[in-house]
Design a protein around this ligand. Structure first.
Ligand code: NAD
Length: 489
């Protein structure tokens, strides 16, 4: 279905084609069921992180265009919220199939604009697909509750009802999964949705919108605007928007939470992280080292669930040389290259920031056990690559420990006991996820009860590598060329 929509005349292959400024494809807006060119005079470049070549441009939508998108959502809400749940469910049942059918197309756009390996990109789509599959259970998820005879001659009934127009503001690191956390759940409940994808990776959301339209979503139920601060402010301020889902950095999330909630909206802000893994001496060494390497360096560490901090307890610290050796074996390369394990960072600025934080660790007394700076990726010398890096002897007051690095850097601390490790983690302001590596059930139980972090994983397997498709259901085909579906631009 999708292939018939693709204009194959001008294939764009990752790292192999450069556009002159006048021929760079532009990203459309999606307003009232139509993919439309923006009238704006302000555009942002979209780069391939493996080469830094410009592969597209994304508009900063004008005020008029954003108003048109919000109005479209408002108009569509009445009929969409009155559509039977079974009809909405049918659309999402078709949608999940279309995503499965197009997983490789989606992965190619992700690798092109975001840089992650094709295997990681398929994992990104796959995790989002699971949310769409969950949305298909809406017939039981939206059930209300009743309590007969709450008082004499009185019963209570609770209904779950849509609230109106909802909006999503997404980050760059999971171009499929995170938008798919947002609009499918909102829409299947009967809300209409205004999406603002990350301006760095807009292509995947556009293809997801096309597939949703093909699945039968009526015009106006999903609208897409592009931009940065002005688009975010528009979402925080527009009176028709009742709720905002944000995923991204603390700086943006705190701002959006404050501005949106001041305007009476429900706002959820999912923000930055510093995830700790505790390594106990009784853990399975082989498994622990494999898990640490995958969770710290997978997707170049650009995951909110990256395990970026390891605490070695007692004699487990003797495993560090093996951890370093295993990390050295990872292949740093462009995401579409066969065998690539670690792709580039999103931008030269992100690379410079990661390198700065590595150096700050060295300057403050950390031991550079593995240095991924100055990695040479043949054929991709202009890419934003940093290889796996391990900083040992890190102390809690160091900048590299206090800040989210968001790159392929593992900082290593040591503790004498589990209690010391737990108190260190509980003193850290971040707390997205954590893991303990142990084969002792009592240790695992103590950890899950005492550590103050939202998601806890224990035993030999870590949830911190959950976004990876360890046994790919859709094995990546590294022979394919990366092309952008031109109809989106
Ligand atoms: P980001 O905050 O820079 O951007 C996210 C969105 O906010 C984008 O759409 C962007 O246009 C907008 N934005 C950026 N700066 C803004 C500002 N100052 N004011 C208003 N809006 C702004 O985040 P990113 O760099 O795209 O993503 C990486 C961050 O996201 C990391 O901190 C990572 O931990 C976090 N993240 C968190 C989760 C989670 O579930 N907690 C998941 C994925 C990523």
């Amino acid at each position: 279905l999708l292939r018939s929509l693709l204009n194959k005349k001008a294939p764009l292959q990752l790292g192999r084609m450069c556009y002159s400024s006048s021929s760079v494809p532009t990203t459309k807006l999606f307003i009232d069921g139509k993919f439309v060119e923006s009238n704006t005079s302000e555009w942002l470049d979209v780069h391939n992180p493996a080469t830094n070549e410009v592969v597209g441009r994304v508009p900063k939508a004008t005020q008029e265009e954003m108003l048109a998108a919000a109005d479209s959502c408002s108009r569509a809400f009445h009929s969409w919220s009155e559509t039977s749940i079974l009809s909405r469910q049918q659309i999402f049942l078709r949608y999940q199939q279309l995503i499965k059918d197009n997983i490789k197309e989606l992965a190619k756009i992700i690798t092109l604009e975001q840089g992650k390996t094709l295997a990681d990109a398929e994992g990104d789509v796959f995790r989002g697909l699971q949310v769409v599959e969950h949305a298909c259970s809406i017939t039981s998820l939206m059930l209300g509750e009743t309590l007969p005879s709450i008082t004499k001659d009185m019963d209570t009934y609770t209904y779950r009802l849509p609230i109106g127009v909802c909006a999503g503001i997404a980050p760059f690191n999971f171009p499929a999964m995170i938008p798919l956390w947002m609009f499918p759940i909102g829409m299947v409940c009967g809300n209409t949705y205004l999406m603002k994808p990350s301006e760095r990776v807009p292509g995947c959301t556009m293809l997801l919108a096309k597939l949703l339209q093909d699945a039968g979503a009526p015009d106006g139920t999903l609208n897409i605007i592009h931009g940065q601060h002005a688009a975010v402010n528009f979402i925080c301020d527009h009176p028709s928007i009742k709720a905002i889902s944000f995923v991204g950095s603390n700086q943006a999330g705190e701002y959006i939470y404050e501005r949106g909630s001041k305007n009476g909206k429900r706002v959820q802000s999912n923000m930055g992280a510093k995830n700790h893994g505790v390594v106990m001496p009784d853990a399975n060494k082989e498994n622990t080292i494999n898990q640490l390497v995958g969770a710290a360096f997978g997707a170049a560490g650009q995951r909110c669930m990256a395990l970026s901090t390891a605490i070695f307890v007692g004699e487990s610290r003797e495993w560090l040389p093996e951890l370093v050796e295993r990390s050295k074996s990872l292949r740093v390369n462009a995401g579409d290259q066969p065998g690539a394990d670690v792709g580039p960072l999103i931008s030269p600025e992100a690379k410079a920031r990661v390198e700065f934080l590595i150096q700050s660790g060295v300057d403050e007394g950390a031991k550079l056990l593995l240095d991924g700076r100055n990695v040479n990726v043949k054929g991709y010398e202009n890419g934003n690559f940093v290889g796996p890096t391990i900083l040992g002897n890190v102390k809690p007051d160091m900048k590299c420990y206090r800040e989210e690095i968001f790159g392929p850097v593992l900082v290593v601390l040591e503790a004498d006991s589990l209690d010391d490790a737990i108190s260190l983690i509980n003193s850290n302001p971040y707390g997205n996820g954590t893991a303990i590596f142990t084969t002792n059930g009592a240790t695992a139980r103590k950890y899950t009860h005492e550590v103050d972090v939202g998601q806890v994983s224990f035993a030999a397997v870590s949830i911190l590598s959950q976004y990876e498709n360890k046994v790919p259901i859709f094995p990546p085909d590294h022979e394919m060329s990366l092309e952008r579906p031109d109809f989106l631009y």
